[in-house]
Design a binder for this molecule. Structure first.
Ligand code: CDT
Length: 321
């Protein structure tokens, strides 16, 4: 089996609040057709790719909040995308808001799925690092209420698919070294990441000019330090008055950008990715079995931060013997 994976960036421009799922799925299908014409085996779409980025609003009506969520996947609105994937032999990564039922109660996740070239779901991931805040903060130009609308997922897995080991993450996850390392320890050869990143970060506006730089910096570091391909895809442009970065790109295990989108609208760009190119990094500089020293990393799982233990208790309470 070939270890060449032709990956398409399926970048989206803005989605209006009033846009229907059918309309958005039509755009996704158009991008998939274009990707297929370019020889793609896999197309990667953004985070929450079926609707506008609704966490920018404080919404009290639960029915209105739930109108942004999918209760099943595929469903009537998304079935055409699955059908097209199967017809063209193009797999996809898709981010969406998932309304699950757990022990008879609703559980809401910021989710992505990996669909193979036969149109079958072969992987599912629920966002671990939920950024933003839980309560309404009217001083902000716009809200970022992911902590209110979602609960964190349970971890990072890797799927055997497309002839390799494919991992998934979502947006803010890409800024955390742990995201890539946990998948690197499972041998991930490609990590797929959809995102919605507003240019303006209300708590740290001095970072606004660096938002594209931080996007690429995080993904390049994750790729190189784990000997893995990384594919990052934006929902970009001015959506309901909020400007979000583009910068969708494919990064090789060398840390080099080998493909990128140029606009902030709907756009396909493609990269020919040799999954065997990971091995030289995984065998040498980042041969984890040979070089990692887990005994020195215990704090990574014992502590949440400088002041809190993993269970939320204060660090001082742990004693210092
Ligand atoms: N969607 C998402 O995770 N966005 C965040 C925005 C910054 S935190 C308010 C990100 O990390 O890109």
């Amino acid at each position: 089996m070939s270890r060449i994976l032709n990956v398409a960036l399926g970048q989206l421009g803005p989605i209006a609040r009033a846009d229907s799922r059918q309309r958005v799925v039509g755009r996704l299908c158009e991008l998939m057709r274009e990707a297929h014409a370019c020889g793609a085996h896999l197309i990667v779409y953004p985070e929450l790719a079926l609707t506008t980025f609704f966490p920018r609003w404080y919404i009290e009506d639960q029915d209105e909040i739930d109108s942004f969520f999918e209760r099943e996947m595929p469903n009537a609105a998304t079935q055409p995308l699955f059908d097209l994937a199967r017809a063209l032999g193009v797999g996809f990564y898709l981010g969406y808001a998932e309304l699950a039922t757990e022990a008879g109660k609703p559980a809401r996740y910021n989710t992505s799925i990996l669909v193979d070239r036969q149109g079958r779901i072969v992987g599912k991931y629920r966002k671990v690092h939920l950024p933003g805040h839980r309560e309404h903060e009217p001083w902000r130009r716009f809200q970022h209420l992911e902590k209110r609308y979602f609960v964190p997922g349970g971890g990072f897995g890797v799927s055997e698919a497309f002839g390799g080991k494919i991992g998934m993450a979502i947006c803010n996850d890409r800024r955390w070294a742990e995201t890539y390392r946990v998948m690197g320890l499972q041998g991930a050869e490609m990590v797929l990441i959809g995102y919605n990143t507003p240019v303006h970060n209300a708590p740290a506006p001095e970072h606004d000019d660096l938002s594209l730089f931080h996007n690429q910096l995080s993904m390049q570091a994750g790729a190189y330090q784990n000997g893995s391909w990384v594919v990052g895809v934006a929902k970009a442009g001015v959506e309901e008055g909020v400007d979000s970065i583009g910068g969708s790109c494919v990064i090789a295990p060398s840390g080099e950008v080998v493909g990128a989108c140029l606009t902030k609208g709907d756009e396909v760009a493609i990269a020919r990715c040799d999954l065997d190119f990971c091995a030289v990094y995984k065998r040498t500089t980042f041969n984890f079995d040979a070089h990692r020293q887990p005994h020195a990393y215990r704090m990574l799982v014992e502590r949440r931060g400088e002041t809190l233990m993993a269970d939320g208790s204060p660090v001082a309470a742990a004693g210092c013997d």
